[in-house]
Design a protein around this ligand. Structure first.
Ligand SMILES: NC(=O)c1ccc[n+]([C@@H]2O[C@H](COP(=O)([O-])OP(=O)(O)OC[C@H]3O[C@@H](n4cnc5c(N)ncnc54)[C@H](O)[C@@H]3O)[C@@H](O)[C@H]2O)c1
Length: 350
């Protein structure tokens, strides 16, 4: 097992190993004297893992309640957020008790935002069961739900008190969902770790779980430690995400987050090459790593549609946008563009 220690406004451990779910009760008992836990999960993960988790918690003396939402991005909505809050209140969960997010990024974001809001904040434990959640969403404290006007538009920073990443849960993940997670791993490789990038290029879906997850979590920890509240360096983690979010939204979420980010990274690589920020070789390496992982690289929508969605993104401040631009594999830079210049820049990639 690998332990990555995170020290932000709150300090916590990210435990990464096989078979950890069956020890979750003991692990949770070490960080809280309370013996009540509210597990939030989705219907697929519930069928696969809630019993193992509940048994482990019960064996350590926890009283456990489970709330299940339908799987998929559509569940990260305001109605479910309110439903979770009401359910926590009906179950008389108090400030000393613990909310556990068991699932992928959707459950992590929804349960995390509920834990941030309920009673102005209760303890949160993340138990990621997708690669994306393991390497990205379960660490760093961002939580959110989607609004009609766009993705992740309501949320809070709320750090977990513990992350238990049992990578044996990836065994049941459909290969498509595993690939979605690999998209984020390629992102980490491009923004800061060429060795990790080469590992994924070589091994594909047969990657070394302990090495890959630990390296990604360490990199996220290091970046977030410099910029917990996302005003500067943390934006590096958005490589491929500005265009990716626009693609996701334009597709009405029929294109998954991972695939949309893969296309977003390919678009940025081509655009960076065209604008002279990176070499043709660098762009080619990024695009071929994405293709080797069987992820898409071509944007299915014309530039004006993507740009339209992008401009309506409430997170864009004023007339400028900060883009994450690759210089080489292992190094990206943040560049401020006017919206007009960014439109021109993207023309080189879409
Ligand atoms: N908070 C953050 O910092 C952050 C970062 C990146 C992404 N996100 C968010 O994460 C979400 C995407 O997360 P995701 O890709 O994990 O999607 P997801 O949570 O929708 O999970 C994908 C699918 O896999 C299923 N699943 C989960 N674990 C499984 C397992 N072990 N075996 C079999 N099936 C399993 C789920 O039921 C679902 O159908 C997006 O909403 C995105 O905005 C958040």
């Amino acid at each position: 097992m690998t332990t990555v220690k995170v020290s932000l406004s709150k300090s916590y451990d990210v435990l990464i190993g096989g078979g950890l779910l069956g020890n979750a009760g003991q692990l949770l008992a070490k960080i809280t004297p309370s013996r009540r836990a509210a597990v939030i999960t989705d219907d697929i993960v519930c069928g696969l893992y809630s019993q193992t988790l509940a048994s482990s918690l019960a064996a350590s003396g926890f009283e456990v309640s489970v709330f299940t939402v339908p799987n998929g991005e559509g569940s990260k909505n305001a109605a479910n957020f309110i439903a979770v809050l009401n359910w926590l209140a009906e179950n008389r969960i108090t400030r000393s008790d613990t909310v556990i997010a068991l699932g992928g990024g959707v459950v992590g974001d929804l349960a995390g935002f509920a834990a941030a809001s309920y009673l102005r904040g209760v303890r949160l434990v993340q138990i990621p069961t997708t690669l994306l959640a393991a390497v990205d969403s379960s660490v760093g404290g961002k939580t959110a739900i989607d609004l009609d006007a766009g993705k992740n538009l309501a949320g809070a920073f709320h750090q977990p008190s513990l992350v238990v990443c049992d990578y044996d849960t990836l065994d049941t993940l459909p290969v498509e969902v595993l690939r979605d997670g690999l998209s984020e791993v390629i992102k980490y490789g491009v923004i800061g770790d060429e060795k990790l990038f080469l590992h994924i290029e070589e091994k594909g879906t047969g990657f070394d779980r302990e090495y890959v997850i630990s390296e990604c979590v360490r990199m996220k920890r290091d970046i977030v430690s410099e910029d917990e509240f996302d005003t500067g360096l943390r934006r590096l983690l958005n490589f491929g995400h500005t265009v990716g979010h626009a693609i996701e939204q334009r597709s009405c979420f029929s294109i998954s987050h991972g695939k949309a980010v893969a296309i977003g990274m390919a678009v940025m690589a081509r655009a960076s090459k065209k604008a002279g920020y990176c070499s043709a070789d660098c762009a080619e390496k990024i695009i071929s790593a994405i293709k080797n992982t069987d992820l898409p690289t071509e944007c299915p929508y014309p530039l004006y549609e993507i740009f339209g969605v992008l401009c309506s993104d409430k997170k864009i401040s004023g007339d400028t946008i900060t883009a994450v631009v690759p210089e080489k594999v292992g190094k990206c830079v943040l560049i401020d563009f006017s919206l007009a210049d960014f439109n021109e820049f993207l023309r080189g990639g879409i």
